[in-house]
Design a protein around this ligand. Structure first.
Ligand SMILES: O=C(O)CCC(=O)C(=O)O
Ligand SMILES: [Fe+2]
Length: 378
């Protein structure tokens, strides 16, 4: 077990001291790589995922696989929003149906022709990289674990809670409904964070309308519950890793929000669970990956799925991803299964919860591979 203070050989290992020493550098994983390490330090070493163990077993015993399983082409649905501005009813019906089906089966889809200009995404990716590659004196000023700070540069928000650390550094900016002061956002990416924030908010609003309709509700339903009132930007930087098989870019988790919009770069590594196996989400230039979060699964009374996903560490790098989490404001507002979709045959299976409750759950345990939703079942 990675968090033990002794290993199999019986030598003493003070994990907490190693975590503290790493955190106090305020240089993140990028700092380790810059220092030229060639081995993954012990705090980053993960135990093997049960689904990976199963897959390894199947490779050893291929006769157990059915032909159709071998042939099945597993692909996260791709949804094309081309024609969005023409307000064609037939088009809208088809998109609403496709979004509903993808949210029920995969919990994920890739969105193309989404209207967010390529230049905005490209600029933010480049500037986020620039920020992460600035001299440590510049970056350190933003390094904090203060939960009240609207802008935080941190390596592993759950460093001291999770069983094993991730090979990843993150810039967190809480953009709404009250954005940070301009000067709180690192100068290297300030303008591009602000531009991206406006664009992604606009796209979020389109998606919440389409999702409301796919649940059979009027298009303003979800936004009127304030579930998209706030959005948080997470810019992830995954440095190249010398031993990627020993660690993870991001541990298996589901998202503690209503909806996530994500841009991954061409390196890849994002995987989702489908039919009890890990499936790659292949990078498509300029596409945005959209996924259902825990709170939307809860509001839809399990019709939509907040599916677990992870990011593999990679020898190539850095990998950059830009994530936007849509969440409620205030955090103390309760959300439960939507009354309009409940019936005698479909009674509520969850109690009401607040975003604060879900966030505290993640903050206390860190990413440990467990979904919080089962805690809220009636
Ligand atoms: O970097 C990625 O591709 C995914 C990140 C992610 O899952 C998250 O921020 O919740
Ligand atoms: Fe995620």
């Amino acid at each position: 077990m990675v968090s033990d203070s002794t290993n199999g050989a019986g030598d003493h290992y003070d994990r907490m001291a190693d975590l503290k020493a790493f955190d106090e550098t305020k240089e993140g994983v990028k700092g380790l790589v810059d220092a030229g390490i060639t081995k993954v330090p012990r705090i980053f070493i993960h135990s093997l995922d049960p689904l990976d163990q199963k897959a390894a077993q199947q490779i050893k015993e291929p006769h157990q696989l059915h032909d159709d399983e071998l042939k099945a082409k597993l692909e996260v649905p791709i949804i094309d929003l081309k024609g969005m501005e023409e307000e064609d009813e037939e088009w809208r019906r088809e998109i609403v149906k496709a979004i509903g089906e993808a949210s029920e089966s995969w919990g994920f889809f890739q969105l193309v022709n989404h209207g967010v200009p390529e230049s905005v995404l490209e600029e933010l990716s480049q500037e986020l990289r620039k920020f992460n590659e600035e001299p440590k004196e510049v970056k350190m000023k933003h390094y904090t674990r203060d939960p009240m700070a609207k802008v935080r540069y941190t390596s592993n928000f759950d460093l001291f809670q999770s069983p094993a650390a991730n090979w990843r550094d993150t810039l967190y900016c809480n953009m709404g409904p009250h954005p940070p002061k301009d000067e709180e956002i690192p100068e290297a990416c300030r303008e591009s964070v602000l531009k991206y924030s406006d664009e992604v908010k606009r796209l979020g609003s389109v998606l919440f309308e389409l999702i409301s309709e796919s649940l059979g509700l009027n298009k303003n339903y979800l936004q009127e519950t304030d579930c998209a009132k706030s959005h948080v930007f997470l810019g992830h930087y995954y440095p190249a890793c010398p031993e990627p098989e020993l660690t993870m870019g991001t541990t298996k988790h589901s998202d503690a929000d209503f909806l996530t919009i994500l841009l991954q770069d061409q390196i890849g590594g994002l995987q989702v669970i489908y039919n009890d196996q890990w499936v790659d989400v292949p990078p498509i230039p300029n596409a945005l990956v959209v996924n259902v979060g825990d709170l939307l699964q809860l509001m839809s009374n399990d019709r939509f799925k907040s599916v677990e996903h992870r990011v593999l560490a990679n020898r190539r790098g850095p990998r950059i991803s830009l994530a936007c989490f849509f969440t409620a404001f205030p955090l103390t507002k309760p959300f439960g299964p939507i009354k309009e979709i409940l019936s005698e045959e479909n009674p509520a299976i969850y109690r009401e919860v607040t975003v604060k409750e879900i966030i505290s759950y993640y903050a206390s345990k860190g990413l440990d591979g467990n979904s919080p939703l089962s805690r809220f079942l009636l």
